[in-house]
Design a binder for this molecule. Structure first.
Ligand code: NAD
Ligand code: DAU
Length: 341
């Protein structure tokens, strides 16, 4: 493994992974292949742009020809696929783009991995494919119970990966991560949305009763886990990646306000997300057996994340002041306020 093609590398986790790999392995080269959708942002990669071991290609993972050309040109031996439509709320209004990128796009990359005999194809998956888990924790062999077009599309991608491993011996691995937080996360996702709204004394819109639970992990820990699976994982296998500890949304919101010294009166309850999964929970013993441990508790991860957004207003103000973002925010949040509980 020397020449990595990191699809979706201009997004949140992908860009953190690019930085991580270039720092960790002095002999690895990285080509980011990214369509630059609303979530893709070259500002996320500014600090590596001059690195001679880094290259960027703008392209769609659904475009087989462009994928092949990139593999040939950069002598790619490994694909790590972060490219996806990723926001659950958007999947409720535009499921087609999720099916295209998250299922068909994955198939295109797998075909290329097969054709070029790549050393490894790694799929970055999500804990959402297990569906809501009201009690206990999901293990990798659990059946999938997807409930949103996003999670259904991601499950389709995972199934395609397993099919290419079984049918064509494509050396593939899958990780299923819990909610990431940290630098460069697009402020539609709850944590950066709440932090940046709180900085500006704007309401923090909580869906429903706010008692839903997520396992929020620091993005750097997730990147290290993917690295461990790339180097020590067994092909054909799935690995859960998370802290194994869940937090209620309302408690996460209160902690953000406390860290920023803002009043709880900023919390605004709004109508719930349709089909909102109540709780995800991962059993992470399989990845821990490979020697990986999450290095940040939720409190440490949130504190580091809040600090980054406070220190990097240049990054998020550009996004939030843009017409595309403001139009989305208005369309998605206007008129959803409900009485405070
Ligand atoms: P993101 O939305 O921040 O970034 C996605 C990136 O993919 C963007 O740069 C975008 O331009 C690119 N992209 C989208 N469609 C593309 C296409 N057709 N061709 C090429 N590039 C395309 O996403 P993220 O939060 O960084 O998530 C990355 C991956 O990790 C996704 O596969 C997601 O399902 C998975 N994941 C995310 C989380 C999380 O908490 N964010 C948790 C577990 C798994
Ligand atoms: O679990 C992994 C998944 O985490 C990833 O696969 C997805 O790509 C990523 O978007 C994330 O999905 P969630 O739906 O869990 O994340 P989101 O940030 O959208 O919401 C987190 C929780 O906060 C969820 O219970 C919904 C709630 N929420 C979200 C928003 C945007 C609110 O209460 N208010 C909001 O405005």
């Amino acid at each position: 493994m020397r020449n990595l093609m990191i699809t979706g590398g201009a997004g949140f986790i992908g860009s953190n992974f690019v930085r991580y790999i270039l720092e960790r392995y002095s002999d690895y080269r990285v080509v980011v292949y990214d369509k630059l959708t609303y979530a893709g942002n070259l500002d996320n990669l500014l600090d590596v742009a001059q690195n001679p071991r880094y290259a960027f290609v703008q392209g769609d993972i659904c475009d087989a020809q462009a994928v092949r050309e990139t593999i040939r040109r950069y002598d790619v031996d490994t694909i790590v696929n972060f490219a996806a439509e990723t926001h659950v709320d958007r999947s409720l209004t535009d499921p087609g783009s999720f099916i295209m990128t998250d299922v068909f796009g994955t198939y295109v990359l797998l075909e290329a991995a097969k054709e070029f005999g790549l050393e490894r194809y790694h799929q970055v998956g999500t804990d959402e494919v297990y569906g809501q888990v009201l009690e206990g924790s999901s293990v990798e062999t659990d059946p999938l119970h997807t409930r949103s077009p996003y999670s259904a599309s991601k499950a389709g991608g995972d199934m395609m990966v397993l099919a290419y491993y079984a049918s064509f011996d494509v050396p593939a691995t899958i990780t299923r991560g819990s909610n990431n937080i940290g630098p460069y996360q697009y402020p539609e996702k709850v944590v950066p949305l709440f932090i940046t709204n709180a900085i500006d004394d704007k309401p923090l819109p909580i869906y429903g009763d706010g008692l839903q639970m997520r396992d929020y992990q620091y993005v750097r820990d997730h990147c290290e886990g993917i690295d461990v699976v790339l180097h020590k994982g067994r092909v054909g296998e799935i690995y859960n990646l998370g802290t194994g500890v869940e937090t209620r949304n309302i408690d996460m919101a209160r902690l953000i306000l406390e860290l920023l010294g803002k009043p709880e009166s900023l919390i605004q309850y709004i109508t719930d997300r349709p089909g909102h999964d109540r709780r995800y929970s991962l059993d992470v013993s399989k990845i821990q057996a490979l020697g990986w441990r999450s290095q940040h508790t939720f409190a440490q991860a949130l504190e580091a994340t809040v600090r980054w957004y406070v220190d990097n207003e240049w990054w998020w103000r550009k996004i939030k002041s843009g017409e595309q973002y403001r139009e989305y925010y208005q369309r998605h949040y206007a008129g959803r306020e409900i009485e405070k509980k």
